[in-house]
Write a protein that binds this ligand. Structure first.
Ligand code: COA
Length: 249
């Protein structure tokens, strides 16, 4: 227990540039108070003292603003920065060396029973007010951007942002370009398809009777079929591809 506490203090020291001393962390970090209370409540929960554990969790919530269900499993070196408004559900599982900011929800979608909260693998960081919902896994080393809403599994070493969130970086490599002009120029088969249909329509319209020039200005309805994407080598690549294709659509 003491070793675990030391690990949690070390995590705060390493991950918060504002942390100056162990005493300051012990006195001023509500994230540390919440995880320490949780480790005791979880111990009670595992021994069948469910009511005491739930009550202890509520007391910790009143004092820190952080609600952690005593059934949640949390690894070593856990750090909640600021913390207020953070909620961690009963069947959430959090690996070692994870960081959460304030306002984070590791919650259920309301549609599942049994294991219904997220699993964070080791070294995951979740930005302020991100909402991770359902029994999904956030892969090792991934980062969830502030205010993201995540309802699909995230592969290892990815950064996800947005509502609903999608992959922008995998294993250090950027895999999505936000900028519209770059996207138009990129070799995107869907955009290429739209462009060639447009060229053909314009050519046909130019060939029409010269007495109907107004047709060139008429709105054109495009019926573009998106081709099936080729199979990917690994599950991770397929998952990233699925996110990207959905975004383009
Ligand atoms: C996502 C994050 C980790 C940055 O990751 P990164 O891999 O360095 O990504 P980049 O900064 O290169 O950003 C990539 C793109 O995502 C966008 N982006 C970054 N964070 C975003 C967010 N939270 N929501 C939406 N878009 C975001 C950037 O604008 C950029 O878009 P662009 O290519 O059009 O410029 C960071 O922005 C973040 O949200 N951190 C959470 C920190 C936090 O909660 N702090 C609270 C302190 S109290």
């Amino acid at each position: 227990m003491f070793e675990t506490l030391k690990g949690d203090i070390r995590a705060a020291k390493e991950r918060d540039p504002a942390a100056r001393s162990t005493l300051e962390i012990l006195l001023c970090y509500s994230g540390l108070h919440a995880i320490t209370a949780h480790r005791m409540n979880h111990w009670l929960w595992q021994r069948g003292e469910r009511l005491m554990a739930r009550f202890g969790s509520q007391v910790a919530k009143w004092l820190t603003g952080i609600e952690i269900h005593p059934g949640a499993t949390i690894g070593d070196g856990f750090f909640i920065d600021h913390g207020a408004g953070t909620v961690i559900g009963e069947t959430a599982e959090i690996g070692d060396n994870c960081t959460l900011f304030h306002g984070v929800t590791l919650g259920g979608t309301g549609k599942e029973s049994g294991k219904r909260h997220p699993t964070l693998e080791d070294d995951v960081t979740v930005g302020a007010h991100a909402q991770i919902l359902g029994s999904i896994t956030i892969g090792k080393g991934s980062v969830v951007g502030a205010a993201a809403v995540v309802v699909d599994a995230v592969p290892e070493y990815c950064t996800v942002v947005g509502s609903k969130a999608f992959v922008v970086r995998q294993k250090g490599q950027r895999v999505y370009d936000f900028r519209h002009d770059r996207r138009m120029r990129a070799e995107d088969p869907n955009m290429e398809c739209v462009r060639s249909r447009l060229d053909r329509l314009e050519d046909q319209m130019r060939g029409l009777d010269a007495h109907q020039p107004a047709l060139l200005d008429a709105p054109v309805a495009l019926d573009v079929e998106v081709e099936e994407q080729p199979a990917r080598a690994t599950d991770d690549e397929a998952l990233v591809e699925r996110w990207i294709v959905r975004k383009y659509r």
